[in-house]
Design a protein around this ligand. Sequence first.
Ligand code: SF4
Ligand code: SF3
Length: 553
Amino acid sequence: MDAKMFCYQCQETAGGKGCTVQGVCGKKPDVAEMQDLLVYVTKGLGAVTTALRAEGKKVAIEVNHRVTMNLFITITNANFDREAIIDVIEETLALKSDLLAQLADASKLPEAAHWTAPRADFEAKAKTVGVLATENEDVRSLRELTMYGLKGLSAYVEHANALGHENEEIDAFMQRALAQLLDDTMDGDALTALVLETGKWGVDGMALLDGANTSTYGHPEISKVKLGVGSRPGILISGHDLKDLERLLEQTKGTGVDVYTHGEMIPAHYYPAFKKYDNLVGNYGNAWWLQKEEFEKFNGAILMTTNCVVPPKDSYKDRLFTTAAVGVPGCTHIPLVNGEKDFTPVIECAKKCAPPTELETGEIVGGFAHEQVFAVADKVVEAVKSGAIKKFVVMAGCDGRMKSREYYGEFAEALPHDTVILTAGCAKYKYIKKDLGDIGGIPRVLDAGQCNDSYSLALIALKLKEVFGLDDVNKLPIAYNIAWYEQKAVIVLLALLHLGVKNIHLGPTLPAFLSPNVAKVLVETFGIGGITNVEDDMAMFGIEVNVPEAAAV
Ligand code: SF4
Ligand code: SF3
């Protein structure tokens, strides 16, 4: 049977090879093809803006934002709305044609820079520009590795942009890289260099977002987050966009509606600026993949500010709202109008709803971003010197549906009591609610925040390297056991490689988009590896498995 689509950008791709009938994520072929076309026209736009810069012409901020938003839309679990994607393709074509007209010489640009067509012809074109249009498996692998890094980077840049922080150099790189992905003269070496360069800009992108978040909302501090529920109706806000949370908290003040965070929004509670809202009650639920059950039980309105959204059940579809890059057909989308968003439909919906059904009680502790850890650095260093802490294990990344991910909860529990977990991203939901204790007051799970806050973990590693007077970050007692799912994890990985971190282990499976040859280069150059089982991996990381006290006697 002919493939109806092809996508292998995430960890859950069908059979560990590629989704060809429909996405495991729920993406249908008719949506997949329009995402392919959106990627294609955005590469064409990148070629045009890169040529404009080469002619010394300025590229407007709105154009940069168009590029980042387009890539963000195609991230796993962000947008399932074919019609909305078609609208974005049309807008991009119009923008591209305006910019083309400003070029003195457009003769050397690739076909994608010139391509335009009426909407009726989109489908036919889309079928010719997907991932498999690159025939050579290694070239395809390197192109897609770069592309997924760019998609992850676009998400982080978009959040920084939402807070008014811009970095034209990052935008120029992203657009040049998009153009280079169309360039058939780029060989394996040139593309490998592009992959690594993407990691460099990944560090800059995360630094941009870190600066945007901390200068707007303060530095995260050690905080307790409530897990129970109140008695008023609520809005559950999910995704990564702190600006949307701020707007929602402002607009719900005095309305009698409470706000709860979900999934990747939990670290909002760590920022000083959000502590002043008494209607920000706590966190509800877990990582993205459990949302079908949890959104149903929440009873109230739900706002998805970014991925990861799962195509909703009818039982709560009318309570689900999207904004920015997110799209779900049939759900109300809240647009940005003149720099503002009106969440009235979300609030009005919530007012008519019952309060949330309690899932759990208690609290979790987080807020160990770089400044907070630096503030207790003496304590940490002392614990390492005294042997109370023997190893740090970076377990950042994503959570997901696969049963094989139970490994991460088991791994966390099996770690001996002289180890500390450094985490960020939704991967933490596998162990953050387990009581793993503390070491002399330092909790054994230090949550820095969202997946983009992996940047904090890198800064913490660099700080420890400095404090211990080491010449190589790989000489620190840190193991990297990272869970990945979507493309933000790809940019985090490339950023860590750029910072010189070696021997990172990725699971639960290695990316399907790594061809055997590309995987070999990553293994040989950076020591990248997979995972097997808790016991063998503990030995591989040089960690003694935790023996429960009762069993030890
Ligand atoms: Fe498949 Fe993942 Fe692509 Fe969805 S995003 S279609 S699950 S590879
Ligand atoms: Fe999670 Fe989607 Fe990756 Fe941001 S929310 S870490 S999966």
